[in-house]
Design a protein around this ligand. Structure first.
Ligand SMILES: NS(=O)(=O)c1ccc(S(=O)(=O)c2ccccc2)s1
Ligand SMILES: [Zn+2]
Length: 261
């Protein structure tokens, strides 16, 4: 199982291209966003999420992240507007985080690394199914929300972090219902958008990234809970699930647009 990709020195981001050649593509994610290079695009409209809380199904630890899965068999929870054409279906959300509060996010903003980054993954049903959408440049849309440690934590994060006790080890899954992830969004709708890839293998370049400028706050205790997840399965040696983030990739001339001045 050595060849399975991960975030350790022997199977981490520097090795991914050996089994997943797209990892060395020209439109890889994450990237560093430098405000001086960003182009304000006044034609960018607001994005809108209309999620059905009943679409939430389960929460799981797959040994690489904590993921909440939604029913995406019809247009039940959708994202539209912003840089997107049409309605994209919410499929799952997951997080990337660090071993300490000063790093953990995948995208870096003007040199700032946040403690964690939340990804809400949506796909374009015009491509039939998720597998088909992965092969299209407009196949997938991911909303990224930065998490920073502060004193006024968002109570809504509590719900996800309370479930963590039930999915401590790899392969654990628990029911996770009646959850509307739009409560995790910050007040401001301001965003950056650019074209990139999945930040994990197979690294397909099918993503319209929508990164929210305003971070949400979590408490030190909530970050500690996230870091209490394990990569290992039950009854295996303890291996903390932390630092599941990919370093920034070359921008290669891509334009990052901002919805705000
Ligand atoms: N961090 S990220 O949002 O870019 C991301 C990585 C992987 C996924 S996926 O689980 O949807 C997936 C994607 C492709 C094939 C299988 C699963 S989403
Ligand atoms: Zn992600």
């Amino acid at each position: 199982a050595q060849s399975v990709w991960g975030y350790d020195s022997e199977n981490g981001p520097e090795h991914w291209h050996e089994n997943y050649p797209m990892a060395k593509g020209d439109k890889q994610s994450p990237i560093e966003i430098n405000s001086k290079d960003v182009q304000h695009d006044s034609s960018l409209s607001a994005w809108h999420a209309s999620y059905d809380p009943g679409a939430a199904k389960t929460i799981l630890n797959n040994g690489r992240t904590c993921r909440v899965v939604f029913d995406d068999t019809f247009d039940r929870s959708v994202l539209r507007g912003g840089p997107l054409t049409g309605a994209y279906r919410l499929r799952q959300l997951h997080l990337h985080w660090g071993s300490a509060d000063d790093h953990g996010s995948e995208h870096v903003i003007d040199g700032v690394k946040y403690a964690a980054e939340l990804h809400l993954v949506h796909w374009n049903p015009k491509h039939g199914n998720f597998a088909g959408a992965l092969k299209q440049p407009d196949g997938v849309a991911v909303v990224g929300v930065f998490l920073k440690v502060g004193k006024t934590p968002k109570p809504e994060m509590k719900r996800i972090l309370e479930e963590i006790d039930n999915i401590k080890t790899k392969g654990k899954e628990a029911p996770f219902q009646h959850f509307d992830p739009s409560i995790l969004f910050p007040k401001s709708r301001d965003y950056w958008t650019y074209h990139g890839s999945f930040t994990t293998p197979p690294c397909e370049e099918c993503i319209t990234w929508i990164l929210l400028r305003e971070p949400i706050e979590v408490s030190p205790d909530q970050m500690a809970r996230l870091r209490s997840l394990s990569k290992n399965g039950e009854n295996e040696p303890l291996c903390p699930l932390v630092d599941n983030w990919r370093p920034v990739q070359p921008v290669k001339g891509r334009i990052v647009r901002a919805s705000f001045k």
